[in-house]
Design a protein around this ligand. Structure first.
Ligand SMILES: Cc1cc2nc3c(=O)[nH]c(=O)nc-3n(C[C@H](O)[C@H](O)[C@H](O)COP(=O)(O)OP(=O)(O)OC[C@H]3O[C@@H](n4cnc5c(N)ncnc54)[C@H](O)[C@@H]3O)c2cc1C
Length: 379
């Protein structure tokens, strides 16, 4: 957090950028999803179309395939996409930040333009069967040899690994050092001998999650990101960006639903029970708090502040807003429960995962207690 006064204004060119993007969207509507086309394959087509218009990687320097603008410009595009309920830019922003901050010049120059263009699809190999919240407890091990490593272990919950070509992999490289100094990060091509990707079907029918089995997989020294032991700070940078509320476009999507609820509360007064009206009121308050908070975060970014532990506050506010919103919407619009694309029920089910992915709500509270409020650890 900063003591410098924050500038809550938008950069002068932001309105023009939004206008240009709306005009582009009018000429390039969301493509139709083909029957049986897996969602990630469809989203990749959308990603490539957005990239062809110059709308991906706005905040990435030009020499790495971006537009050399600011995070606020990219946030504005995500916001516009959310406001018309179009899928967001695939969540590569936090992986791009990891490469920008920790990658070598060669890795940045080679990998970032392909990542931004959707030519390489990445997944994130952090969690393991025994190491989710306690990421430091990971056991996947990369054994050092002359010029390369051999990696053994298992990853779990790796989203869309079956549709990805590359994995940002964390593995321990030294068993004698404490966990936070002994984890390293690697670029793992998923077609490497020894890699097995096994999709898992979730209760809602999605096959988002995968298990990743690594049996003596060879990874070259040049595929390590940063120095040995840099894996922990890289992971913390990645999740700090992953947890922030700004880049997803979710806030403007929530805004649409909040507006519908607000209108229903007005139009159906006397018909909706008082308890439900209070719930709608709480949704509106949650949303307004989130918007005010996001505004602050935007101003901080504008002032050059990078994402840090305060992203945990964003994640908690986003989770609370999203879960309450869909829970309430199910009650107010029961006729839409099973609509197109899973309807409100599909959105409701996925909202339940918000308190788990990117670190659970309990873990966000631990981070706020320890790293922001500096409270003493119990016992
Ligand atoms: C939709 C989705 C997508 C995901 N995608 C990926 C991905 O692409 N790559 C990846 O690496 N991972 C991914 N994950 C995994 C996610 O990061 C983990 O599920 C999460 O970190 C929790 O770990 P866990 O499931 O092992 O639960 P556990 O760590 O076993 O936690 C179980 C319960 O115990 C609580 N708990 C644990 N420790 C503490 C503590 N110290 N204090 C208080 N409470 C505690 C937790 O809050 C939770 O309620 C994804 C998860 C979801 C839901």
């Amino acid at each position: 957090m900063t003591d410098t006064p924050l500038d809550f204004g938008d950069p002068a060119d932001l309105d023009q950028l939004r206008g240009r993007f709306r005009a582009w969207l009018a000429d390039h509507p969301l493509p139709q999803r083909q029957p049986d086309e897996p969602v990630p394959v469809f989203l990749r087509r959308w990603h490539r179309l957005l990239h062809s218009g110059g709308w991906v990687g706005l905040d990435v320097p030009r020499q790495y395939g971006g537009q050399g603008l600011t995070a606020l410009h990219q946030v504005a595009i995500s916001d516009e996409l959310g406001a018309c309920r179009a899928p967001g830019i695939p969540r590569i922003g936090y992986l791009a930040h990891a490469l920008l901050e920790f990658g070598s010049e060669e890795q940045r120059g080679r990998l970032l333009p392909r990542m931004l263009a959707g030519e390489d699809v990445w997944c994130q190999g952090f969690s393991e069967p025994g190491a989710g919240s306690d990421l430091a407890g990971m056991t996947t091990f990369a054994e050092r040899h002359e010029g390369h490593y051999t990696v053994r272990g298992q990853k779990l919950w790796t989203s869309y690994a079956q549709y990805s070509g590359l994995c940002l992999l964390l593995a321990r490289t030294d068993r004698s050092l404490p966990p936070h100094k002994s984890i390293s990060a690697f670029i793992l091509p998923l077609d490497r001998p020894g890699v097995t990707v096994r999709p898992l079907r979730a209760a809602n029918g999605d096959d988002e999650f995968c298990e990743l089995f690594l049996d003596d997989v060879r990874i070259e020294d040049a595929e390590r990101i940063g120095a040995e032991g840099d894996g922990w700070p890289l992971a913390m940078t990645t999740v700090s960006y992953e947890r922030n509320a700004l880049d997803t476009g979710h806030i403007s999507t929530y805004g649409l639903l909040v507006e519908r609820l607000r209108r229903s509360a007005h139009d159906r007064r006397g018909e909706l029970p008082d308890g439900l009206l209070s719930e709608i009121g709480r949704c509106v308050v949650d949303y307004e708090v989130l918007v005010a908070h996001a505004r602050r975060r935007t101003a901080e970014r504008r002032g050059g502040q990078v994402a840090g532990p305060e992203s945990s506050v964003d994640k908690l506010l986003m989770t609370r807003t999203e879960q309450r919103l869909y829970e309430t919407a199910l009650k107010v619009f029961p006729e839409e429960v099973f609509g197109e694309g899973g309807g409100l029920f599909g959105d409701y089910l996925y909202s339940r995962a918000a308190s788990v992915y990117g670190g659970t709500s309990q873990i966000q509270r631990n981070i706020i207690a320890k790293r922001i409020l500096r409270l003493p650890s119990g016992g």
